[in-house]
Design a protein around this ligand. Structure first.
Ligand code: IPE
Ligand code: IPE
Ligand code: MG
Length: 225
């Protein structure tokens, strides 16, 4: 039986969820933030799961209307501040990935604050992908290694990435079957689950079902059984 250490999720479908109900798209993001809480708590109570990486804002999401982007930034700030007690209570370490230098100084400060205050937690690592794009991450890693005269090894590149651990399960909600620039290196041998449910409707039970399916998959990593 496979053991799941690292789950990564493309949390897609917030806008559609709201639109179906005649609400503004941003209401979907608020509902989506509640699901982030529920899924993080669920994972923190499952000792097998070491890492949960959630795609919250991509390097491409800046293309959205300014008001939606601003709302997402405010929501992130609020989420992190409100959730700090639960991170601590559930022994969850917060580790952002992505290039957060593009965010406002005050949001960067909140991100740093939660990172520092949860640095001692040794339960689940919850990684939020913030202004994250896999191609950007790989480029930044390659540039950071450029000074070395040594030939770059796979291990060196892997360690220079924001996210240094391979993904076991990669889930995308919202019905689309693409990776949208998420963890392209780390998901090389991930098991992929594309779920029709929109992110605000996703539940810990859905995750439990996926983990159950995963445990029975034959992972060969290019070898033979
Ligand atoms: C995902 O939901 C959340 C973010 C990208 C921030 P969307 O906002 O992409 O929702 P849909 O896909 O338009 O329904
Ligand atoms: C991917 O969703 C990014 C996040 C979930 C943060 P998008 O909605 O931005 O992706 P596309 O545009 O459908 O590829
Ligand atoms: Mg989307």
């Amino acid at each position: 039986m496979n053991k799941v250490k690292h789950i990564a999720i493309i949390m897609d479908g917030n806008g559609r969820w709201a639109e179906i109900q005649g609400k503004k798209r941003v209401k979907g993001h608020e509902a989506g933030a509640e699901v982030v809480k529920a899924i993080t708590t669920y994972c923190s109570n499952n000792s097998e799961i070491e890492r949960l990486t959630l795609y919250a804002f991509s390097t491409e999401n800046w293309k959205r209307p300014r008001l939606e982007v601003e709302f997402l930034m405010k929501l992130l700030d609020k989420y992190l501040k409100n959730e700090l007690p639960s991170y601590l209570e559930n022994n969850v370490k917060f580790e952002p990935i992505g290039d957060t230098r593009a965010f406002s100084k005050s949001l960067q400060k909140t991100i740093k604050m939660v990172e520092e205050k949860t640095a001692h937690c040794d339960g689940l690592v919850q990684s939020l992908a913030l202004n994250y794009g896999s191609q950007d991450e790989i480029l930044r890693a390659v540039n950071s290694l450029k000074k070395s005269s040594q030939e770059i090894t796979s291990e060196m590149l892997s360690n220079a990435l924001d996210c240094k651990s391979d993904v076991d399960i990669l889930i995308r909600t919202g019905g689309d079957t693409r990776l949208s620039n998420f963890l392209l290196w780390q998901a090389a041998y991930a098991e992929l689950f594309f779920i029709d449910k929109l992110w605000p409707d996703f539940t810990p039970k859905d995750l439990k079902n996926i983990v159950k399916q995963f445990t029975h998959i034959e992972r060969r990593f290019g070898g033979l059984k």
